[in-house]
Design a protein around this ligand. Structure first.
Ligand SMILES: *Cc1c(COP(=O)(O)O)cnc(C)c1O
Length: 410
């Protein structure tokens, strides 16, 4: 069964155990993982600018090694600012432990490198973050790991691809940029029946909208660069799961060194304070923009799980509490240039990759992420010339709609 809301394994010194079971999400994101009384009696956490941590005696070193007690040793293994964020994220996600990385990609690479051996196989749903796919195809393959891809949300196809070498099933939910929503109970069940670990990249959902561990998923992955940080001012990644499963990943991270600087971890801690408030507005903006575009005569199709026309509307309604700020749409009868003209005509969203920050961003996937790919590959991945992806920020809904209205009438 799913192990939900286990207390995060390591609590802050003299801290109240803020868990998402006993407290609301903002209470957890403001207070979770933090010490009650802090250095300097400050209300905020101090940023510890240290590469190394000292011991008062040789005996203290021996005690640390033998008892493996919680304290810092050397910056490559983590720092106090990272630990605060790890405890906060574990509490928000309802997981036992969280492990922070310097980026979302570092987290994906870290977990795959720690868990897979030569001859092992992983299976992905085919709608996935471009670089995850590239890491598997170009790099994991060099170490003898086989990656298989099956059609997104096709559980029969995934089951058929499982064999005795399969070690992990991986998907995003919702997927980027098509926003397909995985039936997490079915996905977790597939893993359990075949004794294979399951990993969900829930970057687009965040724990505000989706809690994969409650559905029995083993690993939840986040690019904290997006909604968790929330201000387009940092890169970070996180993986949440059981302490037992994360131990080898933490050990490998300590060797590879993709840790966050204390300053960066503090920025993430600060960004998380307003997590619930920001997500409410991202969800409201996403839903309103999707509905506006769905009614607009120049729009051919809108991909947003909160629209009844979306193929995964029912799964989304059942498993998610909101659908996020990302809206993808196709412009009717437009070639790539006419589509680009709309991107260029908006005045509030800036043109750029990424999502999840307070500033709205807009882009044409063809140009921004798939420019150098062959038309055949793009077609197979469902990336069309007339596709636009808008990542709604927290600006006022009416302003974003008025801006899109004028851009679509140019
Ligand atoms: C951005 C993103 C990543 C990669 O995260 P970085 O922090 O940019 O390394 C992975 N998965 C999804 C779904 C993303 O949106």
């Amino acid at each position: 069964m799913a192990t939900t809301d286990q207390p995060a394994k390591t609590q802050a010194p003299n801290a109240i155990n803020f868990s998402s079971k006993s407290h609301g999400m903002s209470t957890v994101s403001v207070h979770g993982g933090e010490a009650r009384q802090k250095p300097g009696d400050a209300i905020t956490d101090a940023i510890f600018c240290a590469s190394t941590y000292t011991f008062e005696s040789t005996q203290a070193v021996i005690d640390f090694i033998e008892e493996k007690q919680q304290r810092e040793e050397y910056g490559r293994y983590g720092n106090p600012n990272e630990r605060v964020v790890e405890r906060k994220l574990a509490s928000l996600e309802g997981g036992e432990e969280a492990l922070l990385f310097s980026s979302g990609m570092a987290a994906i690479v870290g977990v795959l490198m720690a868990k897979l051996n030569s001859g092992d196989e992983v299976i992905f749903f085919n709608e996935c973050y471009h670089r995850s796919r590239e890491f598997c195809a170009k790099h994991l393959s060099r170490f003898g790991v086989v990656t298989r891809q099956v059609e997104a949300c096709n559980y029969e196809a995934m089951e058929a691809a499982i064999n005795k070498n399969t070690k992990m099933l991986i998907s995003e939910s919702p997927t980027n940029p098509h926003l397909s929503v995985v039936d997490l109970a079915a996905f977790a069940d597939l893993g359990k029946r075949h004794n294979v670990d399951t990993l969900i990249d829930a970057t687009l959902a965040t724990p505000f909208n989706l809690r994969p561990i409650e559905h029995g998923i083993d690993y939840v992955l986040h690019s904290a660069t997006k909604y968790l940080g929330g201000h387009n001012d940092l890169l970070a990644g996180a993986i949440i799961g059981s302490s037992e499963k994360l131990e080898s990943v933490r050990n490998l991270r300590g060797i590879m060194g993709p840790v966050n600087s204390p300053q960066n971890a503090y920025l993430l801690e600060r960004g998380l304070k307003t997590f619930e408030l920001r997500m409410q507005r991202h969800n409201d903006n996403g839903q309103a923009i999707a509905e506006f575009l769905d009614r607009h005569p120049r729009i051919e199709r809108v991909y947003y799980p909160g629209l009844e026309s979306h193929p995964y509307y029912d799964v989304a309604r059942r498993t998610m509490s909101g659908f996020g700020g990302l809206v993808t749409f196709l412009v009717k009868d437009a070639d790539w240039r006419e589509t680009a003209d709309i991107v260029d005509a908006v005045k509030i969203p800036r043109i750029g990759p990424s999502l999840g920050g307070v500033e709205t961003l807009i882009e044409q996937p063809l140009i921004m992420s798939y420019y150098e790919c062959s038309p055949e590959d793009r077609a197979s991945w469902g990336i069309y010339d007339n596709m636009i992806r808008m990542a709604c920020g927290i600006e006022n809904t009416a302003d974003l709609i008025a801006d899109l209205e004028q851009a679509l009438s140019v």
